[in-house]
Ligand binder design. Structure first.
Ligand SMILES: CC(C)(COP(=O)(O)OP(=O)(O)OC[C@H]1O[C@@H](n2cnc3c(N)ncnc32)[C@H](O)[C@@H]1OP(=O)(O)O)[C@@H](O)C(=O)NCCC(=O)NCCS
Length: 457
């Protein structure tokens, strides 16, 4: 936090004394706990800070959110059990909406506890975009022990949230009245999604985030309800979203795979899931990549390629049970290279036809309290489609290119046909899962290789 005393600034004294009962209600989202332990922590030497953070993580009770189906079966979903989503454990054979029509769309926004207000974020304003960036970068923790945090750039958020067909009302923020601090956010972008044989306009939900000091106070259900209301208002009845936690009910459960590009650095920052080797000689040799790409005709995508890439992707995506139906405009928005945000490469044959495409987006992270390293750059596999080149060779070239651009690690999900090359290219499976969900839609579950949709956070 940038404030010197964030506890105080987050919610200031509301003035005249209130009755005990009223005070209790108003306190619903009031931050609790000791006076800013993070500020206290920052005054300690680096090494001590890191040890304390690790210890805190190891001894903390956690948020209790289920990470596996087993745990989910024991969890009481007070909110999700009220929502039009399939029940955990149901075996589904039918396809269709759970609730019909939008008859009960609330006219007014859902009410918030006193001291908080809704704010529709105008992301074309650099000031507002910076505020969102701060909320996410301070609170969208990547690793549970709080040593690596996402560090989204303004350009990344513009790419992920400001679509030509996007709706400002779907950038839904919560602010503290007294100091206007942004403490909660949820967003959605419209997308045409194909699920099995059905095509539907859906809201693609992203960037759900609650300020750390307001966690476990049920702000999430209010954010989701309000976004649902705004989505329903536009005539959309379905949504698609992903989460690392198990909610009712995953349509598909996928795994993250990681491929080190800068193994030494990843070891030094104790990147989670990597085996700590004392002797790096052999692993470094095993992970070595060529300095140059090997596919003839491979080059960065340019604007003129949009049509060719669109057709390549759409043909490929038809193979899967869940996939986006991209318009030309969306293909350009999502794939046209933007520095440090999205890279896309195509293979152009001698006659000018495009036969293959591979794209990856970039997410940076801050490494906290490390004496040498301050940041990490991860390339995330987005879409890959090939008709002439072996997908493994194309992906190997993507690794070479990502390394040459200074990325430290390449991450991929085992969706689509990715499993055909992950092991061969020395990706290793992590213990992190990503579950795909549909809101107000029921259909049979699917294996990861039938998922043809990647939702950048
Ligand atoms: C995810 C996050 C918003 C949850 O906030 P929280 O303070 O722990 O939870 P709240 O008390 O506000 O709400 C609890 C409800 O939210 C639900 N919930 C928790 N995480 C959720 C998620 N990622 N997606 C949807 N619902 C979620 C819980 O299941 C619970 O409902 P239930 O009673 O039906 O089980 C918060 O932990 C956060 O900002 N994390 C960092 C960013 C992040 O991981 N975002 C999610 C990306 S998918």
């Amino acid at each position: 936090m940038t404030d010197s005393n964030p506890d105080k600034k987050l919610i200031e004294d509301e003035g005249p004394k209130k009755s005990k009962k009223k005070q209790k209600k108003d306190d619903a989202w009031r931050p609790y706990g000791p006076r800013d332990p993070f500020a206290m922590l920052k005054t300690l030497p680096e090494e001590k800070q890191q040890k304390i953070q690790k210890a805190l993580y190891l001894f903390s009770p956690g948020t209790d959110m289920p990470k596996t189906l087993q745990q989910a079966k024991r969890h009481k979903y007070l909110f999700w059990d009220t929502q039009p989503v399939p029940k955990l454990g149901d075996s589904i054979t039918t396809h269709g909406p759970i609730l019909q029509g939008e008859s009960s769309v609330h006219k007014e926004p859902y009410s918030l506890p006193q001291g908080f207000s809704w704010d529709t974020l105008d992301l074309s304003s650099p000031t507002v975009l910076t505020e969102l960036c701060t909320l996410l970068n301070e609170n969208y923790v990547e690793e549970d022990d709080n040593t690596i945090r996402f560090s989204f750039s303004l350009e990344y958020l513009q790419w992920a949230l400001q679509l030509p067909n996007g709706l400002a009302q779907w950038h839904c923020g919560v602010r503290v009245d007294t100091n206007k601090k942004l403490v909660g956010f949820i967003a959605a972008v419209p997308a045409r999604i194909r699920v099995y044989e059905m095509e539907k306009l859906m809201a693609q939900v992203k960037f759900l985030c609650v300020h750390k000091k307001l966690r476990l106070k049920r702000m999430t259900p209010v954010l989701i309800r309000e976004l649902t209301r705004r989505v329903n208002q536009q005539g959309f009845c379905q949504a698609v979203y992903t989460a690392s936690v198990v909610l009712p009910t995953p349509l598909s459960s996928c795994s993250y795979w990681h491929r080190p590009l800068n193994l030494r650095k990843l070891m030094e920052v104790s990147y989670p899931g990597l085996r700590q080797n004392i002797n790096l000689h052999r692993p470094l040799k095993l992970n070595r990549l060529s300095e140059v790409t090997k596919t003839p005709g491979l080059r960065p995508m340019i604007k003129e390629d949009v049509e060719g890439i669109h057709s390549l992707l759409q043909t490929n995506l038809c193979k899967f049970h869940l996939s986006p139906m991209l318009s030309l405009q969306e293909a350009e928005q999502w794939l046209l290279p933007r520095e440090n945000v999205i890279d896309t490469y195509v293979v152009e044959q001698d006659d000018g036809t495009l036969t293959d495409v591979v794209s990856f987006y970039s997410i940076s992270s801050r490494v906290l309290n490390h004496p040498v390293h301050t940041g990490l750059r991860a390339a995330h596999l987005f879409y890959i489609a090939s008709t002439a080149t072996d997908p493994g060779d194309l992906m190997e070239d993507a690794l070479v290119l990502a390394k040459s651009k200074g990325f430290d690690i390449f991450c991929a999900l085992d969706v689509m046909d990715n499993k055909s090359f992950l092991k061969k290219l020395k990706f290793s499976i992590s213990d992190r899962s990503l579950h795909y969900y549909l809101y107000n839609w029921t259909c049979p579950t699917m294996s990861p290789d039938k998922v043809g949709l990647v939702l950048p956070n």
